[in-house]
Design a protein around this ligand. Structure first.
Ligand code: HEM
Ligand code: HEM
Length: 188
């Protein structure tokens, strides 16, 4: 008797070439944050009503992202991408030597950058809010700290985008497209 195997993969289907990594919340959070950040930065010196509205919207997004980092799906969780400094430095060394391993979620350096961006953004929003309170209204110090944190965030964003481009080239994948579609190549 001839035994014919017609097993192709689990459930009889061929394995998918891509897998879902970024859930809809993370993607909407990211691109709304990018748009609102541009609006908030561009209106900081004038158009105060638009500036404060964009700033509050960013604060709301940050609050939601922090909660999502605790209760969201695997790749959105802080526990999945916040690594100790030793691992971050080792990964940066690997990047410099062009031997950094590919990660399906955020890599250790990307995870550190996300924490830095979130902290800088929370600080910017907190000092912005302080300027609207009676206690700190007109305080030059808080205004300078607010402006400094906003500019620091711009510096981090530049480094963040450079990091995304380096990782995209090194692993021959389009990480920007993944942040839009939510999908990444499954295999190495
Ligand atoms: C057009 C410019 C930008 C591009 C192309 C870009 C691209 C990306 C990509 C591809 C990722 C995923 C990285 C990975 O695969 O590990 C990411 C994550 C992230 N980016 Fe950007 N980004 C941009 C601007 C910004 C700006 C302006 C901010 C903040 C002010 C920002 C904050 C973040 C954060 C917080 C994450 C983590 C997402 C999450 O897990 O929730 N990005 N970005
Ligand atoms: C990530 C979010 C934010 C960014 C990038 C940002 C950025 C800036 C920048 C660049 C300035 C101009 C500083 C100067 O030239 O003196 C500014 C001013 C200001 N920001 Fe923000 N800001 C943000 C969030 C907020 C929030 C949440 C509030 C209030 C709830 C706020 C309130 C203000 C006020 C009142 C000023 C005017 C200061 C003055 O000229 O008197 N900002 N912001």
């Amino acid at each position: 008797m001839r035994i014919v195997s017609n097993k192709i993969g689990a459930g009889g289907a061929t394995p998918p070439a891509t897998i879902k990594v970024w859930d809809p919340f993370v993607r909407i959070f990211h691109w709304s944050l990018v748009a609102l950040f541009v609006v908030a930065y561009a209106t900081g010196d004038e158009i105060e009503r638009v500036h404060v509205a964009a700033g509050y919207a960013i604060a709301g997004l940050l609050g939601a992202r922090i909660i999502w980092g605790l209760v969201g799906p695997q790749h959105a969780r802080f526990a999945n991408f916040v690594r100790p400094p030793r691992e971050i430095l080792a990964y940066l060394r690997d990047i410099a030597m062009l031997r950094a391993p590919r990660f399906i979620g955020h890599n250790p350096a990307g995870g550190a950058m996300i924490v830095a961006l979130l902290v800088a953004l929370v600080g910017t929003c907190a000092t912005g809010y302080m300027m609207t309170t009676d206690a700190y209204c007109g305080s030059k110090l808080i205004e300078h700290v607010h402006e400094f944190l906003a500019n620091l965030t711009v510096g981090l964003v530049v480094a963040h985008v450079i990091g995304v481009l380096i990782a995209s080239f090194e692993h021959r994948e389009n990480l920007v497209a993944s942040m839009i579609s939510g999908r990444k190549r499954a295999a190495e």
